[in-house]
Design a protein around this ligand. Structure first.
Ligand code: GLN
Length: 542
C-alpha cells in the first residue's frame, strides 16, 4: 500500500509548498520510488477553469482533460508523472457531488454533514488509485487555520489514525522571518503555526522552514524543542537561486532523509545526475536570446507559468539563457512605430493563448511583423488563430476574423459544435456554460511528411493538450496555403487544423494546442527547443 505524505503550510501563503512537494517527490523518485502528487484546493470553485488568470494564475490542463491548479504543472515538470483528473480536487467539487447524491436520495434520509460525508470524500480522493505507488504526496492549498481548509486537515487527521504512523507523514512548511531591527531570525511564528496544527489534532513529523538567512543551529534546536519534532527533521530551506536548484538544495538539507527516517526506510543515496545537469545548463548558458511574448495577461507572470518554464527548457536544450519580454498586445494598436520599437530587439516573437477580443489586433500586428521581417514566430492556441487571420488578410481577405469576437463575414476562426474524441462524438451548444464546453485534454494529430514540424518532432503522429472553444476554419485552407501558410498538422479525420507553418520562413509555426504543458526541464518540448534554436540563429544574424 502507498505511504501518504501530507503537506500543509503555515504562517503565510506563497511559501512554495507546491515546489516543495514537487521537489520531495523528485527526490524520492531519484531513490527509485514510485510517486504521485495530489492537490487539495479548499476554495468553492468546482475547478479553476473559470477563474481569472490574473487572480489564480494559469489553468493547467491534464491529458484526460481536467482543468487544474497550476501546481500540477510543477508536479509534472519535476517528476514527469502525467497528472490526471483524480489528482486535483476542490471543496466545490466535493460539495457538488455530495449535494447531487443527497438530491438523488442516496443518503437514504440521513443528515448530510462535514464529518463524515465531506471528510470521507476527501479520504477517498486521497487514497484512490494508489495501489501501485510507493508514496502519494497530498498538498493542502492555503494556510493551516483557514476556514475552508479545516475539513481537509480533519480528513488528514483521521487518515493518520486509520493508516498509522508507519504509513503517513506530516510535513509542515513554515516561515522563519528575519527581523532586521533585531538582526535575528524569529522562530515564534513557526511555533504558533505548529500549535495551531496540533490544536487540530496533527503533530507534524517534518518541518520545512523557509528562511532568507541561514538558520543557526541554536534556532533549529529551539524549533525542534518547542515544536516537538526531531532536530534532524527541522529542515532549513533558504531561498534557492532558481527553482531547478530546489531538489538539490532540499536534499542537501536532509529533507528526503528525514521523511524516509520517519517511515523507517533504508535507501541508497538518490541519483541526482538529472538535476545536476539541469542546474548546470541553467547556471552556465553559452549565449542568450530575447523573446517577446505578446499577450494579454502580461502583468502576472503566473498567468503564463508553463509557457515561461517551457521557454526556459528550450533555452536549456540549446544551452542559452532566454530573456523573456512580456509585451502588452494592446500597445500595438497605437501604430507601426510602436510595433517596430518593441519588436525589433526580439530574436523571436511568441503569441500565447488567450480569451476574448482585447488586444487581438495587436497580436495580429505582431504576427505580421514576424512574417514580413522573417523573425522566428511561435503562435499558441489563440496565437495560431491570429496567425491564420493575419494570413487571410495578407491574401486579400480583408474582413477575416474570429467569431469569438462577434459576427464576422469571413469566419477564418469559428466555433465548432461537434467533434470526435476518443470517447466518441462530442457536442456542445453554441451558448453553453462557460465551464466544460471546451475541447479539453489530449488529442492526436497527424503531421504532413516533409513538414518543418514533422522534422522538429521526429515523428508524424503526435498527441497534445487542448483548451479552446474555437477552431481554424478548414474552408479557408486553400486560400491560406496559396498565401504560403501550410496546414501541416490535422486531426486524424482531417477536419480540424492543428498546426500551420510557413515553409519559406526561418521559423513560423502556429499550433492549436498547448505544447508548453508537456515540456519538462529534463525533456524540453521539441517545438520550444526548435523555436529557441531558431531565435539563436536570428540573434547571430542581427
Ligand atoms: N480563445 C480561443 C478559443 O477559445 C483560444 C483559447 C486559447 O488560447 N487557449 O478557441
Amino acid at each position: 500500500m502507498a505511504r501518504h505524505i501530507f503537506i500543509t503550510g503555515g504562517v503565510v501563503s506563497s511559501l512554495g509548498k507546491g515546489l516543495m512537494a514537487a521537489s520531495l517527490a523528485a527526490l524520492l523518485q531519484a531513490r527509485g520510488f514510485k510517486v504521485r502528487i495530489r492537490k487539495f484546493d479548499p476554495y468553492l470553485n468546482v475547478d479553476p477553469g473559470t477563474m481569472s488568470p490574473y487572480q489564480h494564475g494559469e489553468v493547467y490542463v491534464t491529458d484526460d482533460g481536467a482543468e487544474t491548479d497550476l501546481d500540477l504543472g510543477h508536479y509534472e515538470r519535476f517528476t514527469g508523472v502525467s497528472a490526471h483528473q483524480g489528482d486535483n480536487i476542490t471543496s466545490g467539487r466535493i460539495y457538488r457531488d455530495i449535494i447531487a447524491k443527497e438530491r438523488r436520495g442516496d443518503y437514504l434520509g440521513a443528515t448530510v454533514q462535514v464529518i463524515p460525508h465531506v471528510t470521507d470524500a476527501i479520504k477517498d480522493f486521497a487514497q484512490a488509485d494508489t495501489d501501485d505507488l510507493d508514496f502519494v504526496l497530498c498538498e493542502i492549498g492555503g494556510t493551516v487555520g483557514d476556514i475552508e481548509g479545516l475539513p481537509f486537515v480533519e480528513a488528514m487527521r483521521q487518515l493518520r489514525n486509520e493508516l498509522g504512523r508507519e504509513q503517513s507523514c506530516f510535513v509542515h512548511v513554515t516561515l522563519v522571518p528575519y527581523i532586521a531591527a533585531a538582526g535575528e531570525l524569529k522562530t515564534k511564528p513557526t511555533q504558533h503555526s505548529v500549535r495551531e496544527l496540533t490544536g487540530l489534532g496533527i503533530q507534524p513529523d517534518v518541518l520545512l522552514c523557509r528562511c532568507e538567512r541561514p538558520l543557526p543551529d541554536s534556532e533549529r534546536a529551539k524549533i525542534a524543542l518547542f515544536c516537538n519534532v526531531r532536530r534532524e527533521a527541522v529542515i532549513p530551506a533558504l531561498d534557492a537561486p532558481n527553482i531547478y536548484h530546489v531538489p538539490l538544495q532540499y536534499h542537501g538539507e536532509g529533507l528526503d532523509a528525514a521523511v524516509l527516517h520517519h517511515f523507517g526506510i533504508e535507501s541508497a543515496d538518490p541519483d541526482l545526475t538529472r538535476w545536476q545537469d539541469i542546474a548546470d545548463r541553467y547556471d552556465h548558458p553559452e549565449g542568450e536570446v530575447t523573446i517577446g511574448v505578446v499577450g494579454k495577461y502580461v502583468g502576472l507572470p503566473d498567468a503564463y507559468k508553463s509557457l515561461n518554464e517551457a521557454l526556459v527548457h528550450g533555452g536549456m536544450a540549446n544551452r542559452v539563457k532566454v530573456n523573456i519580454r512580456w509585451i502588452d498586445a494592446e500597445i500595438f494598436e497605437q501604430g507601426d512605430s510602436e510595433i517596430a520599437a518593441a519588436l525589433e530587439p526580439m530574436h523571436g516573437i511568441l503569441v500565447p493563448g488567450g480569451f476574448g477580443e482585447r488586444g487581438t489586433e495587436g497580436k495580429i500586428a505582431a504576427v505580421r511583423f514576424a512574417r514580413e521581417r522573417g523573425v522566428p514566430f511561435f503562435g499558441i492556441c489563440l496565437g495560431m488563430q491570429m496567425a491564420c487571420v493575419e494570413g487571410a488578410r495578407s491574401v486579400g481577405i480583408a474582413k477575416a476574423g474570429s467569431t469569438e469576437f462577434g459576427q464576422t463575414e469571413e469566419p477564418v476562426v469559428g466555433i465548432i459544435t461537434e467533434w470526435m474524441s476518443k470517447d466518441g462524438l462530442q457536442k456542445r451548444a453554441k451558448g453553453g456554460d462557460l465551464g466544460g464546453t471546451m475541447r479539453l485534454g489530449a488529442y492526436p494529430a497527424s503531421l504532413s511528411p516533409n513538414s518543418h514540424v514533422a522534422a522538429i518532432y521526429g515523428t508524424e503522429q503526435i498527441s497534445e493538450r487542448h483548451r479552446h472553444r474555437y477552431e481554424v476554419n478548414v474552408a479557408y485552407r486553400d486560400a491560406l496555403e496559396e498565401g504560403g501558410l501550410i496546414f501541416s498538422g490535422m486531426s486524424p479525420d482531417g477536419l480540424l487544423p492543428e498546426i500551420v507553418e510557413r515553409p519559406e520562413h526561418p521559423f513560423f509555426v502556429g499550433v492549436q494546442f498547448h505544447p508548453e504543458l508537456k515540456s519538462k526541464p529534463f525533456d524540453p518540448h521539441p517545438l520550444f527547443s526548435g523555436f529557441i534554436g531558431a531565435a539563436l540563429q536570428q540573434a547571430r544574424l542581427v
